[in-house]
Design a protein around this ligand. Sequence first.
Ligand code: COA
Length: 229
Amino acid sequence: MDFSSIISLEELATNSLRRHANYCFLAPRSLAKRVDPTTLIPAEVERMQLFKFEADRERFLVAHGLKRIILSNILECSPQEIPLVFGPGNKPYLRDGQCHFNLSHSGNWIVMMISCETEVGIDVEQPNASGEVPFSMVSHPNDDLHSTLKTAEQQFYASWTLKEAMSKWDGRGLDRPFNEIRLEATSGNTYRGYHEGTIWHARHATLGDGAHIAYASANPLQVFHLAVS
Ligand SMILES: CC(C)(COP(=O)(O)OP(=O)(O)OC[C@H]1O[C@@H](n2cnc3c(N)ncnc32)[C@H](O)[C@@H]1OP(=O)(O)O)[C@@H](O)C(=O)NCCC(=O)NCCS
C-alpha cells in the first residue's frame, strides 16, 4: 500500500471522487481541529461527547466526519443526509447498497475503504502491548505469512488486522474465531484468507510508526490509496 498520493480534507469536500473506483483513505487523528463537528448527525455528536479522553473524541470526530465527507462526495448529497442503516453485527451500510464502505480507527489513525463494486472490510491497529490477546487465539496452524514480517509483534498485528478486516467484511467481526481463518501469502503484500468456504483477497501494510492496516474483499480489487492531509 503506497499512501504517497495526498488529498486535503478541503479537496475531499469539494472535488468529486470517481464513483466507480475503489479507495482506501488514511487520515491522522491530528485532523480533528479541521473537521467541523456539524458534519456529524446529532446521535454521533452525543456518542462523541460520551468519551472521557480528548484523544478518543478526536479520533471519533475524524472517523465519522471523514465517513460523511467521503460518502456525501460520492453520493452527491449533504453529509447529514447519508442514508445509513445497520446490518448484521451492527455493521453500517448504505440503505440502497449503491456503495460499500467500512471504517476503522486506532491510536493516531483512521482508515476508510469504499467500493461501489463489492463488500469490503478494513482494520487499523496501533500496537499496544497491554491490549494484546494470545497469538494462539489469532494464529491458524497453517498460516503462511510474508517473510518481511520478522518479529513476533509484526506477525501478530499483521495476522490480526488481516483477519479482522476479513471478518468485518460480513459484519461478524470479533465473533468469528480468528484462529480458524487460514492466511496464504500471495504476491507483494497481498494475502488470501480461507474460512468455511469463503475466500477473501486482502492487502496488509505497516506504517512508519508501526501501525498495521489491512483490507479485504471477496474479489481482488484495484484500489487507489489516498492519504488525507
Ligand atoms: C465491529 C468490531 C469488529 C469493532 O472492532 P474495533 O477494533 O473496536 O473497531 P474498528 O475501529 O476496527 O471498527 C469500528 C468501526 O467499524 C464499523 N463497524 C461497526 N460494527 C461493525 C461490524 N459488525 N462489522 C464491520 N464493521 C463494523 C463502524 O463504522 C465502527 O465505527 P464506530 O465504532 O466508530 O461506530 C467489533 O465491535 C465486533 O466484532 N462487532 C460485531 C460482533 C459483536 O458485536 N460481537 C460482540 C463483541 S465481541
